[in-house]
Design a protein around this ligand. Sequence first.
Ligand SMILES: [Zn+2]
Ligand SMILES: [Zn+2]
Length: 253
Amino acid sequence: MKLRVLGAYGGEGLGQRSAAFLLNDHTLLDGGTVSGALSVPEQLDIEHALVSHCHLDHVAGLGFLTETLACCGSERPVTIASLEPVVDAMKSAVFNNVLWPDFSTIPPAAPVVRYRTLTEEVEQRLGDLWVTPIAVSHTVPTAGFIVHDGDVGFVYSGDTGPTDTLWKAARGVKGLRAVIIECAFPNRLRTLADIAKHMTPELILRELDKLPPDVPVLIYHVKPQFFEETAAELHRIAGHRVSLLEQDKTYIF
Ligand SMILES: [Zn+2]
Ligand SMILES: [Zn+2]
């Protein structure tokens, strides 16, 4: 399985893009940044967008992607997929004709957005992949995902504070190659992390005991404003098992 990091951060900074990953060229995993990291032909190849939750740093790029699809002769829509409350939020809070046009009706002859509600804690087909959405602990309804291609898979936390169900499910995954976990703030902002339901390096250290052993842990979603400080703390916590996901790198699992 191919995972290309379009954006590795929990916000925008100079050269730092919001969370988005492209799986096997056709499926987005979150869409904080899309058009800022992909050519138009690459955008037209996207068929599915798996969305963890509706916060801007995970969906802003979907707005500009849909504009590309509507303007540049896309032959097929992008299907936005997630748990029901997340899909509902995408309709009511994002593509609502206020924040952005409702591209599920544009262009009228062949709208470029479709929605698909996924069943919680059930493995289901999405394009050439299998996905299992699992609710995690954030300030709005949010899904983590187990993504599998039949041979190998990885776990993606979405935005979450400490959680359990996702890690329990991860322990049963065959061919697990990586656990991708968010970390937003440095340790000194623990109070803010608790309120906003995000991780700090110290919290991740505690989560490690719940994870399947010996699987590499890749960190994304550090807030650009605190990158140096948070990255230094992450480097200290857990030796070789934990590393930062690199933006613009393609990982082959
Ligand atoms: Zn986020
Ligand atoms: Zn969030």
